[in-house]
Structures are given as structure tokens and as C-alpha cells.
Design a protein around this ligand. Structure first.
Ligand code: ADP
Length: 181
């Protein structure tokens, strides 16, 4: 039997930068190609397997460790996993890269003022007022990725064009992400 190989596409960036929006677009295209796809959204996981974890550096790291673990389980069974989680520290991204065999890091770059203007979930306003503490970009750090495999800009480029860029990168790899046989 021709087993599909899995991969993990790890979207990192500020809240509201467009991780989930872009990941959804890529997931839809991969599904259309016949791939098994799963999306792991940081916010959703914090309500389930990561429930109870806070936003200290240690808790954020534990959060990422759990997501990386589930990603690895799925990807080794042929699933393409799309993770959208802020993943603010380089150390965490290096960890994910080290434990996941086929890890691709996608830096979703969007300037803080633009993320704040979007304020999709109303969280920046709460962070500015002090209602939310340890908010990435406002009162907690976001370390820019030092070696992302792909960087997309969501204030300059459209979802469609960023999605194409990611798919092209996947297809141009030595082991392209083609349809199932
Ligand atoms: P994140 O998952 O990073 O927190 P979301 O994807 O939930 O971010 O939200 C990003 C917001 O920015 C959405 O409301 C989306 O419609 C908007 N947006 C505007 N332009 C873009 C773009 N080019 N790429 C992705 N999102 C965009």
C-alpha cells in the first residue's frame, strides 16, 4: 500500500497576524488534493488538552510541547498537520523542529499596529487596558523567527497569494506534497 507521508506546517506569529486564516486556506487546498489534513489551533487546544495552562514562559512551553506531541502522532500516520499557535520564543520553535521529523515553520509576519487595528478577538484592547496580562506583542515578548522555512506578509499580500506561496514551497521540495494515490 502506498502510504502517504505526513508533515507539520507550523504557523507562528502575533495574535491576529493571520495564522488561522492562512492555515484554513492551505488546509482546504490540501484536502482538495486528497490529503488527510488536521488543524491544531492554539486557542482551541487551550480549552481542551492544554486547559489550565497560563501564559508564563514555562506554561507557554508546556503548551507547545503538547501540541508538538499530538502533531507528531498525527503526522507519522500520514496526516498533514497545520498548527496555528503564537509560539513566541525561538527556543520553543527549535524544540518543535527537533521533535517533529517533517517540520516546516511558517512565519506569519504582520506589524503589531496592523494586528492591533484588526483586533479580531478584542484582545489587544484588553491587553492595553491591563485587563489581560502577559499578552504577546504588548506585555510579553515575540521573538522573530531566526530560520523560518517560509515567511509570509499578511499586511502586504492576500490570503490567496500567501496560500499559493506555501503550496508552491511544498511542491518544490524534494518530496513534494502531491495527491494521494
Ligand atoms: P491568528 O490566527 O494569527 O490569531 P486570525 O487568522 O484569527 O489570526 O485573524 C486574522 C485576521 O486578519 C482575520 O480577520 C483576517 O480576515 C484578517 N486578514 C486581513 N488580511 C489578511 C491576510 N492577507 N491574511 C490573513 N488574514 C488577513
Amino acid at each position: 500500500m502506498d502510504r502517504q507521508q505526513g508533515s507539520v506546517l507550523w504557523f507562528t506569529g502575533l495574535s491576529g497576524s493571520g495564522k488561522t486564516t492562512t492555515a484554513k486556506a492551505v488546509a482546504a487546498e490540501l484536502k482538495a488534493r486528497g490529503r488527510l489534513v488536521e488543524m491544531l489551533d492554539g486557542d482551541e487546544l487551550r480549552a481542551t488538552i492544554c486547559k489550565g495552562l497560563g501564559f508564563s514562559r514555562e506554561d507557554r512551553f508546556e503548551n507547545i510541547k503538547r501540541i508538538a506531541y499530538v502533531s507528531k502522532l498525527l503526522s507519522r500516520n500520514g496526516v498533514v498537520v497545520l498548527v496555528s499557535a503564537i509560539t513566541p520564543y525561538e527556543e520553543m520553535r527549535a524544540y518543535a523542529r527537533s521533535v517533529i521529523p517533517d517540520y516546516a515553520e511558517i512565519y506569519v509576519n504582520c506589524p503589531l499596529p496592523e494586528c492591533e487595528k484588526r483586533d479580531v478577538k478584542g484582545l489587544y484592547a484588553k491587553a492595553r487596558s491591563g485587563e489581560i496580562k502577559h499578552f504577546t506583542g504588548v506585555s510579553d515578548p515575540y521573538e522573530e523567527p531566526v530560520r523560518p522555512d517560509i515567511t509570509i506578509s499578511t499586511d502586504a499580500d492576500s490570503v490567496v497569494s500567501n496560500c499559493s506561496k506555501i503550496l508552491k514551497w511544498l511542491d518544490d521540495r524534494p518530496r513534494p506534497m502531491q495527491a494521494a494515490h
